[in-house]
Design a protein around this ligand. Sequence first.
Ligand SMILES: [Fe+2]
Length: 148
Amino acid sequence: MDDTQLLLELNKIMTLEHGHLGMYRDFDRHQDQDMRRTFRRFAEVEEEHIQKIKNVILNMGGKVSLLAEGGDILGKLFGITINLGSDHDLIKTFSFIEKKSHEGYQKFVTKLEQDQEKRSQLIAEIASSNMLEAWLMHLWLEDKMKKI
Ligand SMILES: [Fe+2]
């Protein structure tokens, strides 16, 4: 993958990660204590995701640029309204988004792994930890959805 294409992909991922952070950042507005605590940690995880992708971009000598406002990119992308409705609906939406995030990372990691370049292999390793955490968050949300 050439630099321009890779940087574009990374900036796209970082924009989506900002969208994820927007889902959890206002954790303290929830009534449910379990949601408050979990979303507080999820917000930290999303910040770590952003930081990791940002570091890759900067280490490649690239420029960090959000491709859209984080908040609405998710809504636009999936045609959904975020943060409306019951806790159950909210959790369901977030679970769907984390699943999509995992799928996106899977495609990205697979593409990088097919590339012979050492740099691509390294970026695949970094991206795969974000991929795993998207899946873990999805699983927590699926579990929570059954209880709420
Ligand atoms: Fe994320």
